[in-house]
Design a protein around this ligand. Structure first.
Ligand code: FAD
Length: 316
């Protein structure tokens, strides 16, 4: 079976969950081959990639690859596409991943599909478009299929692979050195899971009422081991930081469970969360559009409903 290249997302040498998902998906379609860009590759990373079925690991450990913005990773993948003729390339649907995929598509004269929520035989991708109003199936018909897949689209399942290492060197072009990263500022480590990767997300909207009131949204999130999200109304009001905004102009999440508290369900909000597996809405207005989308709904004041929910969860 042909190789399917999976670009590894890693932080401090640790493989991110989305890569395990992509390896699981790649296994259902061919032979997964992980691509490690930058320093940090070690035995722990190798073991993790092997555990989730990587048969090969192409390692380009050069510091230069991460010294510049995005372009070197696209050049690395383009080189591997030219040399290994993979059946497809899978990249996580993050802001960086989508930029890499776009650049790679140009370099390899291939088609690219972004934000897939599923990928089946013949690399037919499922996408949810127009703010979630339409589901489409699409397939790349030119070159090597390049697909960015949303985090949480596939549950990661272990299945051992060889993870045979092959070192790769890439001669960066002048263009790839056009934008150098001059400083990296580490964000304070939040004890909660990363919003786009979390299996459960609890989001608050205008109905929460104030920045202080977001404490109950956080408390509910913590009782479930969830990430916290917010609608744009809440972030614009300064009640919660913008980096946690879910929606068209915020983050896209695809968790197993999404709880929307005091959120009306505007199309721009739906665009960022409507592929969640199960949606629970808490809203005092029974006519709120979020109920059209929700699997479970509670009509009530969130300031009464959420504390009761927390109490119930904490009992278990
Ligand atoms: P509202 O629409 O005001 O809804 C508040 C809800 O809370 C209501 O349904 C109300 O019944 C309920 N409520 C009030 N009090 C309580 C209570 N005590 N208990 C329970 N329920 C209560 N929005 C996003 O979220 N993300 C985006 O990325 C985004 N991008 C946008 C991009 C563009 C170009 C535009 C034009 C808009 C965008 N928006 C985005 C804004 C979007 O259109 C909505 O205005 C926004 O989502 C509304 O947020 P909300 O649901 O919190 O507030």
């Amino acid at each position: 079976m042909s190789e399917i290249l999976v670009l590894v997302e890693h932080v401090d040498g640790e493989v991110k969950k989305v890569t395990l998902e992509l390896l699981t998906l790649a296994r259902s379609l061919g032979t997964p081959a992980a691509v490690w860009a930058g320093p940090g590759y070690g035995e722990a990373a190798r073991a993790r990639l092997a555990e989730y079925g990587a048969q090969k690991v192409y390692v380009a450990a050069d510091q230069e690859i991460v010294d510049y913005v995005v372009a070197p990773k696209a050049e690395l993948l383009a080189k591997l596409v030219a040399e290994k003729s993979p059946a497809a390339v899978l990249v996580a649907s993050t802001a960086e991943g989508k930029e890499i995929a776009g650049r790679l598509a140009i370099k390899t004269d291939s088609g690219v599909i972004t934000d897939a929520v599923g990928l089946g035989e013949g690399f037919v991708a499922d996408q949810s478009i127009f703010g979630g109003g339409v589901n489409v199936k699409s397939r790349v018909v030119k070159g090597t299929p390049i697909v960015t897949v949303r985090p949480n689209a596939t549950p990661p399942e272990p299945a051992p692979g060889d993870a045979a290492e092959e070192q790769v060197t890439v001669e960066l072009s002048e263009a790839a050195r056009a934008a150098r990263i001059v400083e990296r500022v580490k964000q304070e480590k939040d004890a909660r899971p990363e919003l786009t990767e979390a299996a459960i997300v609890v989001s608050g909207g205008r109905g929460v009422g104030s920045a202080e009131n977001f404490a109950i949204i956080e408390k509910l999130a913590d009782s479930l081991g969830a990430a916290v999200g917010a609608s744009r109304a809440a972030t614009d009001a300064g009640w919660y930081p913008h980096q946690f905004q879910v929606g068209q102009t915020g983050k896209t999440v695809s968790p197993q469970l999404y709880i929307a508290a005091g959120i009306s369900g505007a199309i721009q909000h739906r665009a960022g969360m409507q592929t969640a597996k199960t949606i629970v809405a808490i809203n005092k207005d029974p006519e709120a559009p979020i109920f059209e989308l929700a699997d479970f709904g509670v009509v009530g004041d969130l300031h009464q409903v959420v504390p009761q929910l927390i109490e119930e969860i904490e009992k278990r």
